[in-house]
Design a protein around this ligand. Structure first.
Ligand code: NAI
Length: 250
């Protein structure tokens, strides 16, 4: 699945799953814009050091102004945009807690980054895709959208919204040549997860060790699914969510 000459934006691409996606798209030939609120430049530098084309742009996905500036830098730097991966999301600062203890501000914050962030990035990039007559959007949801994990109702709700937003945008944007799909990872040992012992402990037995495949999931396990949705092989696929969780939820 070559992505030679494609240009991809990866939000939250400085570390964890996002960086793995950025690295994989770059290895397949794409120029990559890492749009992250922290370490965007450092992330891009790592790709450049390995001979790839990449630029980092400090971007908070809840800020319309940041996103618009990032999109115009992407166009200026690489001349076009072909792929938008909406990966930025928060959960790692969360402590697992019963829904009665989740306060309104916390719920709003999760929805703001995980859902509004996706909406705002799509709003900013779709006009570019329309001008070019084609584009791919890949949203990172989560297996919990289908399973409904306990003790993180706001996060689960936000990832369910990403699945629905994917379907809604697919129906609107298909006629304009823009395909919208989603990848829903299972519990993945990413930088954010490793930094949150409470989160790791809270989910340890059911899903840290995948019982079907017999090992934990890493970011490398899901990058191929993102590349597939970005590739010519997926030219007639839209509105779909591919759960990549090693069969953990069956
Ligand atoms: P992580 O915490 O390791 O990395 C997240 C990245 O997003 C960081 O670079 C961070 O700076 C960036 N970010 C956070 N808020 C941002 C904002 N407002 N604007 C721009 N960038 C922002 O996270 P991880 O584990 O790599 O997760 C990535 C995505 O995958 C998230 O959407 C997460 O919800 C989703 N996911 C993660 C799973 C896991 O078990 N790790 C499972 C299923 C889905």
């Amino acid at each position: 699945m070559s992505l030679e000459n494609a240009v991809a934006i990866v939000t939250g691409g400085a570390m964890g799953i996002g960086f793995a996606i950025a690295e994989d798209l770059a290895a397949r030939g794409a120029a990559v814009v890492i749009a992250d609120q922290s370490d965007a430049h450092a992330g891009a530098q790592k790709l450049v050091a390995n001979g790839h084309r990449a630029v980092g742009v400090k971007t908070d996905v809840t800020s319309k102004a940041d996103i618009e500036a990032m999109v115009s830098i992407a166009q200026k730097e690489f001349g076009r945009i072909d792929i938008l991966v909406n990966n930025a999301g928060i959960y790692s600062t969360l402590q697992p807690k019963p829904f009665e203890q989740i306060d309104v501000a916390e719920f709003r914050r999760i929805m703001d980054v995980n859902v509004m962030g996706v909406f705002l990035c799509c709003r900013a990039v779709v006009p570019v895709f329309e001008q070019q007559g084609a584009g791919r959007i890949i949203n990172i949801s989560s297996g919990v959208a289908f399973k409904g994990n306990p003790l993180m109702a706001h996060y689960v709700a936000s990832k369910g919204a990403v699945v629905s937003l994917t379907r809604a945008l697919a129906t609107e944007l298909g006629p304009r040549g823009i395909l919208v799909n989603s990848v829903a990872p299972g519990f993945t040992l990413s930088d954010g997860v490793e930094r949150n012992p409470a989160l790791v402990a809270g989910v340890k037995e059911p899903s840290l060790r995948n019982r079907v495949i017999g090992r934990s999931m890493t970011p490398a396990d899901l990058v191929g699914a993102v590349a597939f949705f970005a590739s010519a092989d997926a030219a007639f696929i839209t509105g779909q969510t591919l759960v990549v969780d090693g069969g953990a939820y069956f």
